[in-house]
Design a protein around this ligand. Structure first.
Ligand code: ZN
Length: 322
């Protein structure tokens, strides 16, 4: 425990010195990262070159421990990983953060959060935090969608009516992801736990005219490209933001909860539809982020969801930024 903290802090100091990116971010200890699971101020801004990134906290899923959560690890294993990262072992903490990029005068959001009252009871803070951050949802012109899981897309749909929340924004998603979820007969083929979500997607998304379907490496906003990251879902995408000589990998669910997957990148989550592909994607993406000295953010990282990775034997060390 002491060893890990000391090593992480040393890695943190070295990385903070090595990266010029994001001068307003400081790197924090695991105990501070624990506090970031439920931040008191729910938005943070930082820069990537000339792009202003606003991270907004949507909330947290305090998921009860479940032996099926990681296919190749036990509850005891996952509790041990949480404890080593300085986090609670009472439940599986799955926080959710959404980012908006301000590129010139354009507002580009990545995913839409989980919607108020549509996912978990403690995840409904995005609208308030967006307002607090001074972002007018009506000014968001593009939404880059990483994948069609509820915590990432229910914010696109009004509760009850399923009316589009962002009818005037361009909704960008991998054509693989869109086609997989909306193809004929998909809902019947889904596992029972996914059927209701699949039905909501299939009954609503195809009626909307503002989808833009894209391929790997497409430029989807000025300086922002799709990075195909399959495994979690068939068309799961990361997005690479480049401005000046700085880069931010918006990794979405590739690294899911780093407290678990940084030291154990080969763990396969029940939420990873294709476990072995998800593992290969995870290693490839994190190796690239380390090699290119990038900042990375993730939807389920401790708030504000950004940080750095370093190699540690066969796994990685994650250092959260605040
Ligand atoms: Zn997710």
């Amino acid at each position: 425990m002491m060893d890990l903290s000391r090593r992480t802090l040393m890695a943190s100091a070295a990385m903070a010195a090595a990266f010029g990116i994001n001068k307003r971010l400081a790197f924090v200890s695991p105990a501070q990262a624990e506090a970031q699971l439920e931040p008191t101020v729910g938005f943070a801004k930082y820069k990537v070159g000339s792009v202003e990134v606003t991270a907004m906290y949507d909330g947290i899923w305090r998921k009860p421990h479940d032996p099926a959560f990681i296919k190749n690890a036990s509850i005891e294993d996952t509790k041990e990983a949480l404890a080593k990262a300085g986090m609670t072992t009472e439940f599986m903490p799955i926080p959710l953060t959404v980012v908006v990029l301000k590129i010139g005068d354009k507002f580009v959001m990545i995913d839409s959060g989980s919607g108020v009252g549509q996912w978990q009871p403690n995840a409904n803070h995005l609208p308030d935090n967006m307002k607090a951050a001074g972002i007018d949802p009506g000014k968001i012109s593009t939404i880059l969608v990483s994948h069609f899981h509820p915590d990432h897309v229910w914010g696109l749909l009004e509760k009850g009516t399923n009316a589009p929340v962002y009818p005037n924004a361009e909704l960008v998603v991998s054509s693989t992801e869109y086609k997989w979820w909306t193809e004929e007969g998909r809902v019947e083929k889904l596992p029972d736990a996914r059927k209701a979500a699949g039905k909501r997607i299939a009954e609503n998304f195809p009626n909307w005219k503002n989808w833009k379907l894209v391929q790997d490496n497409a430029e989807v906003a000025p300086g922002v490209r799709v990075v195909a990251a399959p495994g979690h879902t068939p068309g799961h995408s990361a997005f690479l933001v480049a401005s000046g000589n700085q880069q931010l990998m918006v990794s979405n669910d590739v690294m899911y909860v780093p407290a678990l997957l940084a030291p154990h990148p080969d763990w396969q989550g029940a939420y990873d539809q294709d476990g072995p592909t998800a593992v290969a994607t995870r290693r490839k993406l994190i190796d690239r982020v380390i090699a290119d000295k990038m900042m990375i953010c993730g939807a389920h990282f401790p708030f504000p969801g950004a940080g750095k990775f370093a190699k540690d034997g066969d796994g990685y060390i994650f250092t959260s930024a605040a």
